[in-house]
Design a protein around this ligand. Structure first.
Ligand SMILES: *Cc1c(COP(=O)(O)O)cnc(C)c1O
Length: 374
């Protein structure tokens, strides 16, 4: 019996647990692994994933926003620390304290704001300071002396962590990562000299971990937990992680029928049958997260074989070529992402055809697609 949904994903929680253990063993026991469960755990379901990771012993989770952190707390995640990597806006500050979330601070001004909030609440608030070492996105660009001066003014906000983020960790054709590390280490060194020793120092996410660029005593792993490491560019060292995708995405056929040669398929008539064909119409479309860009380009696995998507992908429907089989009918399933026997289609393969990245494919599987946990 298959689940009674037109389109659904199967999430293997044991695969996520095993990926988490693999990350832990690659970084070694002296390095803390913060498990990144932002964006609904990259489409896998934040609460379910967080619960499994907590059961595996994860002491740190990381999310993007205060909202995502509060969601985990309300769902019963009590013991793990939760790092809010995307910082906070003024109106989110109280929720941060209320839900016992640990903010990443991106500017010195925000550091004093947080300190005032901590004083109003009358309790110490640990935070992580993000250094913009060259990514040019979030993080302070202040120099060490300015940081040291600003830290000296704090009363209840406590610098617990110092972090930065790499822009090109899997790219060995540029020295951007080395440059970022030099910059970040210099700031860490100057803070050390001033007697400031944050408990946690972290720079590396999945790609940096995979290619062995681990600095500090904590890492932030997201994509690896879900089974992916980006392919490297250039002359990269051997990839260290052994992780496997945890998510399979299925859709049911609504109908199967024969078309004569010359028939047009879908909006705009962008596909014309070059010969008599058998087609299948799936109950899933771009509203479910099948990229519109895959129209006439993407493939799915039907009856163990890769077969083309025909015509334009609609909001709720996608047409595929079923000429290779007469075994499938209404209610039968095809695999949009996953494997059937030896045939597999993962988020990286789909991303290449859709002109995007694997992260984007996983995060785009919409809320309409039911998550089923195995
Ligand atoms: C999303 C994110 C991560 C996790 O990155 P992965 O490549 O998925 O491991 C780590 N750090 C920051 C700041 C992030 O925004």
């Amino acid at each position: 019996m298959t689940p009674p949904f037109r389109s659904y994903v199967l999430v293997s929680l044991s695969q996520i647990a095993s990926n988490y253990r693999n990350v832990c063993s690659v970084v070694g026991p002296s390095i803390e692994v913060a498990a990144v469960v932002k964006a609904d755990a990259y489409g896998h379901g934040a609460l379910e994933v967080a619960r499994v990771l907590a059961a595996e012993g994860a002491r740190w989770l990381a999310v993007s926003s205060v909202d995502e952190g509060a969601h985990l707390r309300c769902g019963g995640i009590r013991d793990a620390r939760i790092l809010v990597m995307g910082g906070f806006l003024d109106y989110e500050r109280d929720a941060l304290l209320e839900y016992d979330l640990t903010p990443t601070v991106h500017s010195l001004a925000q550091m004093s704001d947080l300190d005032r909030a901590a004083q109003a609440w009358g309790k110490p608030v640990p935070f992580h300071l993000k250094i913009d070492s060259g990514m040019g996105r979030l993080g302070t660009r202040a120099g060490a002396s300015e940081i040291i001066t600003a830290l000296a003014d704090l009363r209840l906000a406590e610098l617990e962590g110092l972090m930065t983020h790499f822009a090109s960790a899997a790219d060995y054709t540029t020295k951007q990562t080395d440059d970022q590390l030099v910059y970040f280490r210099a700031i860490c060194g100057q803070l050390e000299q001033a007697g400031i020793h944050p408990l946690r120092v972290h720079t590396s996410s999945t790609n940096a971990i995979g290619y062995g660029r681990i600095d500090g005593n904590m890492v932030r792993a997201g994509h690896a937990l879900y089974g992916y490491v980006s392919p490297a560019r250039g002359d990269a060292p051997r990839q260290l992680l052994h992780v496997r995708p945890a998510l399979t995405w299925k859709a049911k056929l609504l109908t199967v029928k024969d078309l004569p040669e010359g028939a047009l398929v879908g909006y705009g008539g962008t596909f014309r049958a070059p010969r008599p064909m058998r087609i299948g119409v799936l109950g899933a479309g771009y509203a479910d997260g099948i990229f519109h860009r895959l129209s006439n380009r993407g493939r799915v696995i039907a009856h163990g074989k890769l077969c083309p998507i025909l015509g334009t992908i609609s909001m709720d429907l996608t047409t595929i070529d079923l000429s290779h089989t007469s075994d499938l009918g209404p209610g039968d399933e095809v695999t949009l992402l996953g494997r059937e026997g030896d045939t597999h289609l993962d988020a990286q393969q789909i991303a290449r055809v859709a002109g995007t990245i694997s992260y984007n494919i996983l995060c785009s599987i919409s809320a309409r697609v039911r998550r089923v946990y195995v």
